[in-house]
Write a protein of this length. Structure first.
Length: 150
């Protein structure tokens, strides 16, 4: 069992640079994602007939399979179309103020983060300069946008 745990950790570590996520498929078909390549990669352990991923515990019988994926994206937004006039450049997202109710910014793990939001000349600017590199979700109250700060 210890060898299997070490093998899984080595696989996660070696593939983390290429892969987007560790994906668990539960018996009921639910997919559970753990982002790879962030500040801390997930830790998977097998303990007393259960699988622990970070602080989450799953019965082995409750997991259909698990795999490392380059395709699956845990933030769950694919090919979103920004409305006309919305764009992201120089770590700033700009959108027409008419398309905005309230701006909230979330890290890729779902945690709300603080960003510099300003409004001028009918445009709302969301600056990400004070944030770490990574993927962020910008919610305007009417739509959400996935952006990557490099």
């Amino acid at each position: 069992m210890k060898k299997l745990t070490i093998l899984c950790l080595l696989c996660l570590a070696s593939m983390g640079a290429m892969a987007k996520s560790l994906v668990l498929t539960l018996s009921d078909g639910t997919l559970v994602y753990y982002l790879l390549g962030g500040e801390t990669d997930p830790r998977m352990r097998f303990v007393e007939g259960k699988i622990e991923v970070n602080t989450d515990v799953y019965e082995i019988s409750g997991i259909k399979n698990f795999y490392i994926s380059n395709e699956d994206d845990p933030v769950g937004i694919d090919d979103a179309q920004a409305p006309a006039g919305a764009h992201f450049s120089a770590n700033t997202f700009i959108i027409n103020a008419d398309a905005v109710k309230a701006v909230k910014v979330y890290a890729d793990n779902g945690t709300e983060v603080q960003a510099n939001v300003t409004e001028a000349n009918g445009l709302v600017s969301v600056g990400l300069n004070g944030l770490k590199r990574g993927v962020y979700i910008i919610s305007t109250g009417k739509a959400s946008f996935k952006v990557m700060k490099k």
